[in-house]
Write a protein that binds this ligand. Structure first.
Ligand code: MSP
Length: 507
């Protein structure tokens, strides 16, 4: 039976335009979703925008707009940018969607009814950019936010608190029993460290502005933006309105988040789920930051790169491939144009492009353009089996860089096989057919394995190899689609010799 796989991205604040850093998150999530569809899982892929809170209210006021008018406009930037980057999300949630209000009110009421919320007074240093309070120890010199390096503000409010402190033991027990709950291991240790340090209750409502979801048990208050935002993951699968749908997707959820929001997703959110009587998320994968010149991309530093413009210039697949292959998921990565072009020339132009060109040229000139079948005993069959196992394992651990490294091993070995046997020098006949049959099968598998990273190119390779449909049409009438095993490409189809798929680029 198909497994359920619910992939999420963080929902993006609408005070800032999409940039390459935020695009990195959605590209990784998209690749994971595509991989899981390819292997036959039942996938639901969610992204969206985070539209409440003081930061957004202020951004609207600065422009002389009502918050709603502002978020309607700014949310579209994200929807459009992700569409232009070929992101295959099944839904796009906005926290101002009416269903989300229903879900948040139901969630907070349940947590309240379960006895985990109380009224108190809060005073502290608040960073509006983070929408978060900081303790004195956490602040940089001069009362500045550790993330944004900007001055924080002193706020005093009467509000409701969530008893996070009472979940310390439950969280530690839960993490001990669920080793896959935070990936990679370095981020898991970070989450455990935060819990072991001791947890303080958190203030989860506000009265100093009204741009938020009203608290059902005290309508003077609005729900704190992080408490509301996290619930989006449940709203999108029917929480509060469609219990059967919700039960079919929860807790099969895989959150992808940046390292800056580990505390919210790996400490607050599982405790909130427990408080509402629900299972915490299956997995939170936390990636590092994509840096430019060693610093994080952000509006305040004016070092943002527009991902749609960049994709228009270098091609979408080369950009996706670079982000997925060159950033070790979990660690920070530094974006450079030189790195992108270097990777493109080495892996796409030289390795993959060259293999496709060689194979299609020789099939055309020596096999009348018709694919010969692969051999079960081929050396490449063994290589392919190892590569498929390694790629499966790496994707399952949310490690695209490793999955792609393994995939390119198959490409390199196939090129090496061709160089050793030089079919272009042989007369047409059985030997050429044997070499080409195996190389074509290796290319079929490569198109499948590379599809999550370079979907448009994989589709073009698929078409040139003479297959119909797409590599991802799992079980949809194309017997070779989605099937990761050597020998299923039976040969007999007409192969097309086309223009170079990845022409070399100059810097
Ligand atoms: N709205 C919250 C998330 C709520 S989820 C319930 C938020 N939004 S954000 O727009 O500030 O950031 C969204 C995501 O983008 C975060 O995971 C953050 O780490 C990621 N990134 C923002 N800049 C980034 C880089 N330069 N590099 C990698 N990821 C970056 O936080």
């Amino acid at each position: 039976m198909a497994e359920r796989y619910f992939q999420t991205t963080p929902i993006f604040y609408v005070n800032d335009r999409p940039h390459l850093g935020t695009a990195y998150t959605v590209v990784v999530a998209d690749a994971l979703a595509r991989w899981h569809r390819l292997i036959g899982d039942d996938v639901f892929f969610l992204t969206g925008t985070d539209e409440y809170g003081l930061k957004v209210a202020r951004a609207a006021a600065e422009r002389g707009l009502s918050p709603k008018a502002w978020v309607d406009e700014a949310s579209e930037w994200f929807r459009k940018a992700w569409a232009e980057l070929g992101i295959t999300n099944d839904a796009f949630i906005r926290t101002t969607d009416p269903e989300h209000e229903v879900a948040v009110r139901e969630f907070i009421q349940t947590v309240h009814d379960n006895g985990h919320i109380y009224k108190g007074e809060y005073a502290g240093w608040y960073c509006v950019s983070c929408e978060n309070y900081y303790t004195d120890e956490e602040l940089l010199e001069g009362q500045r936010c550790p993330i944004h390096e900007r001055a924080v503000e002193w706020l005093t409010e009467e509000n409701y608190f969530f008893r996070l402190s009472s979940f310390t033991d439950a969280l530690l027990e839960w993490y001990a029993a669920h080793p896959q709950a935070v990936l990679p291991a370095s981020r898991r240790n970070e989450a455990l460290g935060l819990i072991r340090q001791g947890l303080e209750d958190i203030s989860i409502t506000r009265t100093n502005f009204d741009w938020g979801v009203r608290v059902p048990f005290d309508e003077q208050h609005v729900v704190y933006v992080w408490f509301d935002a996290l619930v989006n993951y449940m709203t999108a699968v029917g929480y509060g309105v469609d219990p059967a749908r919700f039960a079919s997707w929860w807790p099969a959820v895989h959150h992808l988040v940046g390292k800056d929001i580990v505390k919210f997703h790996c400490v607050w959110w599982p405790a909130m789920c427990m408080a509402a009587g629900l299972e915490p998320p299956h997995t939170v994968v936390a990636h590092g930051w994509l840096l430019v010149g060693g610093t994080k991309m952000s509006k305040s530093r004016a070092n943002q790169i527009d991902p749609v413009e960049l994709a228009g210039e270098v091609g979408l697949d080369p950009l996706r491939y670079h982000l997925l292959r060159d950033v070790t998921l979990g660690a920070d990565g530094d974006f450079t144009y030189e790195g992108l072009i270097g990777r493109y020339n080495a892996d796409l132009a030289n390795n993959l492009g060259n293999l496709l060109a060689r194979v299609s040229t020789v099939v055309t000139s020596k096999c009348e353009g018709v694919a010969p079948p692969p051999s079960a005993e081929a050396r490449l069959a063994g290589v392919a089996a190892e590569v498929i196992a390694a790629a499966r394992d790496a994707w399952a651990r949310s490690a695209p860089h490793e999955a792609l490294e393994a995939t390119w091993q198959l490409i390199r070995e196939t090129n090496a096989e061709l160089e050793a046997r030089e079919p272009w020098k042989l007369p047409p006949g059985d030997e050429v057919a044997a070499v080409l049959g195996d190389a074509l099968e290796a290319l079929r598998l490569t198109a499948l394995l590379a599809y999550p990273a370079i979907p448009d190119s994989a589709l073009e390779i698929w078409r040139r190899l003479g297959f119909s449909g797409s590599p991802a049409d799992h079980g949809a009438g194309e017997p070779t689609s989605g099937v990761l095993a050597w020998g299923l490409g039976e040969g007999g189809q007409v192969v097309e010799k086309g223009d170079p798929l990845f022409p070399r680029r100059q810097l």
